[in-house]
Design a protein around this ligand. Structure first.
Ligand SMILES: *[C@@H]1O[C@H](CO)[C@@H](O)[C@H](O)[C@H]1NC(C)=O
Ligand SMILES: *[C@@H]1O[C@H](CO)[C@@H](O)[C@H](O)[C@H]1NC(C)=O
Ligand SMILES: *[C@@H]1O[C@H](CO)[C@@H](O)[C@H](O)[C@H]1NC(C)=O
Ligand SMILES: *[C@@H]1O[C@H](CO)[C@@H](O)[C@H](O)[C@H]1NC(C)=O
Length: 392
């Protein structure tokens, strides 16, 4: 049954129950017409002589008028589907629960790679002496990696093929999260690629990630072709264009958020169906849109909106800048670690620059803990420089 119709009046909003909507209008008894006329006259009077208190309200319903703002739905109130309501209660409950604190908190380093990791020796140096405070997971999608570091041996998880741009990339991320979540000590989950390197010593990165309760998931609104241009209306009603977001793939995530990613089937299935290259005539890239959009919908205040993995897009090519051996200097690393403002540029003609300070628990700090893309030939330079990495 239809309930109430809301009329907008100059003095505020009131609710009127229209007469029976089930009868054909021709057969309406005359008294209904008289009643409607009476109500109209009353409303005009109420408009011309606005009541000082809620006297007009009290004639309709004194109980409801006490908190007009409280019960009126927003102008474009969304009606949620059963699945959305079910999904929201689960996610709300996960977010409202106090996280179970582990006595021995660890960071899960999750490597997404085609095969062997060119920087394993560098990571080995990075992890040395910090046993018990980290765990390593490797998802190798093409060839079985040859490991040279004891921290990586036997850390390969069961993997599957990954095609760039396709949802299989998101599936690999979920697989890594699921494996890493099996260890209850893992409190933070870091996604890294084979071309990623650490910018600081272990302790600095550990404290940076452990002593904050937000996830570093990159997220911004891009009205251009590489942002909203990839949105498909087939994602409605769950995913509206106003919530569609873009962000870099490389995240760090707190445990609660990793569980939410496991629990989400609703939004994931929309992206699996409608955010793939070539679907609906768009070039949607699941790993750039699914997580930013999911968190924009379920916990926008819980993410930092920038990624702690630096990448240089300044050449404005299809792929970011790749560093070669001669590029890797103290100065380069110093430049990257001194950045404390996060910058996003929209992909439309306006090329609008959105920048905000990198706030860590309210304090402006360097934005980046890791960087990519480094070619394998940079390893020796990086190993040398690593002994000199400073902790600000
Ligand atoms: C991230 O952006 C959203 C808006 O999209 C905002 O609500 C949220 O507060 C931001 N997060 C932080 C940590 O500032
Ligand atoms: C982080 O924790 C503090 C204190 O426990 C709380 O005030 C704040 O709202 C939390 N922030 C987020 C994003 O959960
Ligand atoms: C470092 O930053 C300075 C100042 O922005 C710039 O002139 C220089 O070319 C940068 N060096 C490297 C190696 O990126
Ligand atoms: C490391 O630091 C020392 C002293 O600060 C300096 O003399 C040395 O050249 C640095 N090594 C590299 C590879 O930058």
């Amino acid at each position: 049954m239809k309930t109430a119709k809301v009329w907008r009046l100059g003095m505020g909003d009131m609710q009127i129950l229209p007469g029976s909507r089930h009868r054909p209008p021709m057969k309406r008894p005359i008294w209904i017409i008289v009643l409607v006329l009476f109500v109209c006259v009353f409303l005009i009077c109420a408009y011309i002589y606005p009541p000082k208190s809620s006297s007009a309200c009290s004639i309709f319903s004194s109980r409801r008028c006490q908190s007009t703002d409280g019960w009126l739905p927003p102008v474009h109130a969304k009606e949620y589907t059963d699945d959305e309501i079910a999904s929201h209660v689960v996610i709300r409950d996960i977010l409202n629960r106090q996280p179970i604190l582990s006595k021995n908190p660890k960071i899960a380093f999750m490597f997404l790679t085609p095969g062997s990791l060119p920087f394993e020796r560098l990571w080995d140096k990075f992890f040395q002496g910090h046993e018990g405070k980290f765990s390593v997971y490797v998802h190798a999608s093409k060839t079985k990696p040859v490991h040279v570091s004891r921290y990586f041996v036997n850390r390969d998880i069961r993997s599957d093929q990954v095609v760039w741009g396709k949802i299989s990339m998101v599936d690999a991320e979920r697989r890594l999260l699921a494996n890493a979540l099996q260890d209850p000590d893992n409190q933070q989950f870091v996604l890294l690629s084979d071309s990623c390197v650490p910018l600081y010593k272990f302790d600095y990165i550990f404290d940076y990630l452990m002593y904050t309760n937000i996830s570093f998931v990159d997220c911004f609104k891009d009205p251009g072709p590489h942002g909203n241009g990839r949105y498909s209306e087939h994602m409605l009603p769950e995913v509206e264009i106003k919530d569609f977001r873009k962000g870099a793939q490389w995240f760090t995530m707190k445990r609660q958020h990793a569980i939410i990613v496991m629990a989400d089937h609703l939004y994931y299935s929309k992206f699996r169906a409608y955010c793939q290259p070539g679907v609906d005539g768009k070039n949607c890239i699941g790993d750039e849109h699914y997580l930013p959009t999911l968190f924009q919908i379920v916990d926008p205040g819980g993410i930092a909106n920038w990624s702690v993995t630096h990448v240089d897009w300044s050449e404005r090519k299809w792929h970011p800048k790749s560093y070669r051996a001669q590029d890797v200097t103290r100065e380069l690393l110093k430049n990257i670690t001194s950045i404390d403002v996060s910058v996003h540029v929209t992909s439309d003609e306006k090329r609008e620059v959105q920048s905000w300070p990198c706030l860590w628990n309210g304090i402006q700090k360097p934005c980046y803990l890791f960087a990519r893309k480094f070619t394998p030939g940079t390893l020796d330079n990086l190993l040398q420089l690593f002994s000199n990495y400073s902790s600000p």
